[in-house]
Write a protein that binds this ligand. Structure first.
Ligand code: HEC
Ligand code: HEC
Length: 326
């Protein structure tokens, strides 16, 4: 309850409070016995002729003050405030918070539960769920991905079909629960690239998405790309989900400028999406997954690949993926 390291300060504060209240009561009591002398003055004069009568304090005022003092004592007995004494009511700000959280969970728990039992595409189509998802997104995700989910430099756009880690419900959920960490090593897998070769590579990367580049550099860059970059970005630079972004489209995580691409190749890049699974819990993650899925880039559930493996198993697993996780 108190942040003092030494118990002395608790006693000091409690003593000061008690002495102050008692002193107020004693002072009031002393004043109440002052005699009433009609007509006599204190002898003080202001503004030439303004005098002060020597009257006792009005009783209503004195009693109000007594009540205030007793209320103060009552408060200190019931609530924390008197040194380290916790108060008879046992109230704490943390307890109040926990209570409110409990009430909120009781109120919203069933709604969360209802959505948790539905699959992501169904939740994404529900306007109430969308509103709840948006509120969560605006609380926890907005600072990096923007209010509209379109991201900014270094923070991916979540509304397009260009996914670094995949846009199926499972993949989106995985991104949110465990976070993501992408590392592009400096100079790819060829640490001996020279500055000139890096320029060739930049030219080639730009040419992949139809941007202007020196044709000689593009040609030389293309050969280097196979050795230094294709392992992650693919032979044609189209990227691989979960490994490295597509360089042959118009979507840039950083920038399409030659300077930015050269910087990426020279220094490498590292990017991190924090893990939210433990912090937000299953139900909120489910709503957020549906919200992100519904922003426009969502890809059909993995039901397709699962079905090609074993339709029966997929059908069996489908109704209760949430239950299985608990
Ligand atoms: C601190 C910044 C930050 C916050 C907060 C954040 N993200 Fe991210 N997010 C990122 C970064 C950076 C990436 C790209 C990660 C990478 O490339 O390794 C990312 C990636 C993602 C991806 C994968 C995108 C893809 O193209 O595959 C999803 C989905 C996502 N975030 C959703 C969310 C949601 C939902 C929230 C809120 C709960 C959130 N993020 C909060 C920074 C953040
Ligand atoms: C080990 C795998 C790996 C290799 C090898 C690799 N990259 Fe990357 N590259 C990545 C990853 C992962 C990212 C995304 C980094 C991030 O999210 O910050 C990336 C990002 C980039 C980007 C930024 C794309 C954008 O949208 O802004 C460029 C450009 C790039 N790489 C070019 C290259 C070139 C050229 C090479 C060869 C010299 C190369 N990469 C080799 C993994 C790799």
């Amino acid at each position: 309850m108190s942040d003092f390291v030494s118990g002395f300060w608790n006693i000091f504060v409690a003593g000061t409070v008690l002495v102050s209240i008692v002193a107020c009561v004693v002072l009031l009591w002393a004043q109440s016995s002052a005699t009433h002398n009609p007509g006599s003055t204190t002898g003080h004069v202001w503004d030439e002729d303004l005098q002060e009568y020597s009257n006792p304090l009005p009783s209503w005022w004195r009693w109000l003050y007594y009540i205030t003092c007793f209320y103060g004592l009552f408060y200190l007995v019931m609530y924390p405030g008197f040194g380290s004494f916790a108060g008879q009511f046992g109230w704490t700000s943390d307890g109040q918070y926990q209570n409110e959280m409990k009430k909120a969970n009781e109120q919203y728990g069933p709604i969360f539960k209802k959505f948790l039992s539905q699959d992501v595409s169904a939740v994404a189509a529900n306007p109430e769920a969308k509103e709840m998802g948006q509120r969560l997104f605006l609380t926890y995700c907005v600072q990096c991905h923007g209010a509209d989910g379109k991201g900014s430099k270094g923070f991916p756009n979540l509304t397009d079909k260009d996914w670094l880690f995949g846009g199926t419900p499972e993949q989106i959920k995985e991104s949110i629960i465990n976070g993501r960490n992408a590392v592009m090593p400096a100079k790819g897998v060829k640490p001996d690239l020279t500055g000139d070769q890096i320029k060739d590579l930049s030219g080639y990367v730009r040419s992949l998405s139809g941007l202007s580049a020196d044709s000689l550099r593009v040609q030389r860059g293309k050969e280097l790309f196979g050795a230094a970059c294709a392992a992650c970005h693919g032979a044609e630079g189209k990227g691989m989900v979960g490994v490295a972004p597509n360089l042959a489209d118009k979507v840039w995580l950083y920038s399409s400028s030659e300077e930015s691409i050269t910087e990426t190749i020279t220094k490498g890049r590292e990017n991190r999406m924090p893990a939210f699974g433990e912090f937000l819990g299953e139900a909120k993650v489910h709503l957020l997954t549906a919200y992100v899925y519904g922003l426009g880039g969502g890809e059909p559930a993995a039901a397709a690949p699962a079905a090609t493996v074993a339709p029966a198993a997929a059908a069996q697993a489908a109704p209760e993926p949430a239950a299985a996780k608990k």
